[in-house]
Design a protein around this ligand. Structure first.
Ligand SMILES: NC(=O)c1ccc[n+]([C@@H]2O[C@H](COP(=O)([O-])OP(=O)(O)OC[C@H]3O[C@@H](n4cnc5c(N)ncnc54)[C@H](O)[C@@H]3O)[C@@H](O)[C@H]2O)c1
Length: 461
């Protein structure tokens, strides 16, 4: 189709875990729009233009192939793409600030602000700018000031449209979201811009699931959604520690409380801890915002969610050391999984990073296996490269090991031939199930000493 025939020209700045899948689904669902995704990282753009996408996400390649070259384009020509777009989503990274005021808590907005300044510099017409990145509440105000302080007479309307997709199920989440949230100013211009964005999503999402709100509620809702999700994990993980002391079983407790419709049954599985690029950074950001408004009690309350997660990661390794006769020095330990969750290659803030480092401090020989995340694992642990092995095949990884620790709930780990694995391991052989996904009784019957989380241990000694 010729450019002039597209009914809207949409741009997304930032071709990461959010920008790539979100725009691929918009393009696939709306062939009448031209959708361009740009990034300053040329290798990433090359990968989006190939059949080896830069991120692993089930079903994503099919969606990309459906639209790429038709109405979906990946490019590094940021300026040209800005000039021609009417609607610009910005999904650049907003990591935790590592320097200066607010270091370790506040969001680092430098990538966002650079993007905003670039938009002002090259734009020649009015545009709608959409915060897709997760940002502190009231960022749109600052961005609007920067964007509208131009002397070209161009007007920018800043909206918030946070992304609620979960990695590993991104395509399904985008195709069939629980809700889409669009926050705008409640002025005539704000509402007009909001309606233009509602129109995009209404191509495939029922209107009743497209929520609108004021811009601050929208920004804050994203932080609060992640805080509540992470809080549930920390809550059940705190109970897993108590279960281990009392012989209660955390899975039975989860089932019993999850059937209460007021509580609900999702996000109640105990694990070695939550990871991913968002939960920790977004809670820290919430904590920082509360502190800066003088809401110390509120900040402290949410900070506990992070403390509990750190405790769970530490506790997992401390337990390994204790049951393996108080030393893991020189012992080969295979980590099954390194991604922060199944069905992604993403390892950002993965609990496996912390577990691997703690085991290395204990002088273990750590072997890492994962079906999708080994490249990222090598980058995360580059400083320890000479002390580690990365082995794609789990059977090879477990050979000669004293222990296996399940770090990621990959489906394939449930169906491995553990009899074969057991025969190749050192004795006594240990399994620490950091995701409670294996058949513990069957493993015990094969001869393993099995240590789930928050459940009675199965040991032969
Ligand atoms: N990953 C998730 O599951 C998820 C879910 C919801 C929201 N978010 C939020 O979305 C945002 C992006 O997250 P992500 O996981 O996609 O990050 P990411 O790091 O995978 O991608 C960000 C991309 O932005 C690019 N970029 C940075 N500055 C740029 C610039 N000036 N011009 C062009 N490109 C630039 C980077 O090169 C990178 O490829 C973050 O704010 C995050 O909190 C993430």
């Amino acid at each position: 189709m010729k450019d002039a025939n597209f009914s809207k020209k949409i741009l997304c700045i930032g071709a990461g875990y959010v920008g790539g899948p979100t725009m691929a689904v918009i393009a696939a669902k709306c062939p009448q729009y031209k959708v361009t995704v740009v990034d300053i990282n040329a290798a990433r753009i090359d990968a989006w233009n190939s059949d080896k996408l830069p991120i692993y996400e089930p079903g994503l390649l099919d969606v990309v192939k459906q639209a790429r070259g038709r109405n979906l384009f990946f490019s590094t020509d940021v300026d040209e793409a800005i000039r021609e777009a009417e609607i610009i989503f910005v999904s650049v990274n907003t990591p935790t600030k590592s320097f200066g005021e607010g270091a370790g808590k506040a969001a680092d907005l430098q990538y966002w602000e650079l993007t905003a300044r670039n938009i002002v510099r090259v734009s020649q017409s009015d545009k709608i700018i959409i915060e897709k990145s997760t940002l502190p509440v009231r960022t749109a105000e600052a961005m609007s000031r920067i964007l509208n302080a131009n002397e070209k007479g161009i007007r920018f309307e800043v909206l918030s449209n946070p992304e609620f997709l979960a990695e590993g199920t991104a395509v399904a989440d985008l195709e069939n979201p629980d809700r889409v949230l669009i926050g705008s100013q409640l002025t005539a211009e704000g509402i007009k811009a909001r309606d233009a964005v509602v129109e995009i999503y209404a191509n495939w999402i029922p209107k009743e699931r497209i929520l609108t709100s004021n811009v601050w509620s929208s920004e804050l809702s994203k932080l609060v959604a992640n805080a509540f999700l992470a809080q549930r994990i920390s809550s059940i993980n705190s109970i897993s520690a108590l279960c281990e002391k009392t012989e209660a079983n955390v899975s039975e407790v989860s089932r019993a409380i999850g059937m209460d419709s007021r509580i609900g049954n999702k996000f109640l599985s105990s694990s070695v801890g939550f990871g991913g690029s968002c939960f920790q950074k977004d809670i820290l950001n919430l904590v920082y915002i509360c502190q800066s408004w003088g809401l110390t009690e509120v900040a402290d309350y949410w900070e506990q969610v992070i403390s509990m997660n750190e405790y769970q990661k530490r506790r997992f390794v401390q337990n390994m050391v204790k049951v393996m006769f108080n030393t893991v020095a020189g012992k080969r330990i295979a980590l099954f999984g390194f991604a922060f969750k199944a069905d992604t290659g993403d390892t950002r803030e993965s609990p496996a990073i912390s577990v691997a480092k703690q085991l290395l401090e204990e002088h273990s020989k750590v072997v890492i296996t994962d079906p999708q995340a080994l490249d990222n694992a090598k980058i995360d642990l580059a400083d320890y490269a000479d002390k580690l092995e990365f082995i794609p095949d789990p059977y090879e990884a477990a050979k000669g090991a004293h222990a296996i620790a399940v770090m990621t709930e990959w489906k394939e780990y449930k169906t491995l031939d553990y009899k074969r694995i057991f025969s190749d391991m050192e004795r006594p052989s240990f399994i620490f199930d950091g995701r409670n996904v294996l058949d513990h009784k069957a493993l015990f019957d094969l001869g393993f000493n099995v240590f789930p989380l928050g459940q009675p241990f199965h040991k032969h000694f």
